[in-house]
Design a protein around this ligand. Structure first.
Ligand code: T46
Length: 132
């Protein structure tokens, strides 16, 4: 499936921890956009779409949430529960986000600017595109 769970290297010293994200170095694409999702209300589920051409790295810099990733054949569940876990998603993958902790701040680095035309928001259409 088109995802990788990356362990981000923690630069720590007696003061605490720091993680550096550098495009085309530990982030395997040029970063054109950064967004973050926070203050997610109880029992809210987000996502429910795929992208035609987008690479993204998602990190819960605070709190936790669960991604469900689906390539049309298999569904996998990934809990992001550490600021040092990065979920890299690329290719035609249906994604859903569930079980946000109240304090969750989900940071996402993206390889492209925002473009609604890149979204596939209907699951049946996603399966159709996979089959072509
Ligand atoms: C994804 C998951 C992980 C913008 O105007 N610019 C942006 O860069 C983004 C990401 C969103 N928006 C607008 C579009 C909607 O009106 O913000 C609103 C909420 O976006 P959406 O419903 O797509 O949010 P999620 O949480 O369902 O999905 C987001 C990303 O859109 C998506 O690319 O992979 O997070």
């Amino acid at each position: 499936m088109g995802y990788e769970l990356m362990s981000l290297h923690i630069l720590g010293d007696s003061r605490g921890s720091l993680i550096a994200l550098e495009e085309n170095y530990n982030i395997p694409f040029a970063i054109k956009r950064v967004y973050y999702i926070f203050d997610t209300k109880k029992d809210v589920q987000r996502g429910f779409h795929a992208h035609i051409d987008l690479k993204q790295l998602a990190i819960c810099v605070k709190g936790e949430c669960t991604f469900i990733l689906d390539d049309g054949k298999h569904r996998e569940e990934i809990r992001l529960d550490s600021a040092s876990k990065g979920l890299l998603i690329e290719g035609l993958i249906w994604r859903e986000m569930h079980n946000f902790s109240p304090d969750c701040v989900l940071l996402v680095l993206a390889s492209e600017h925002y473009n609604e035309d890149d979204y596939i928001r209907e699951y049946d259409k996603f399966l159709e595109i996979l089959a072509t």
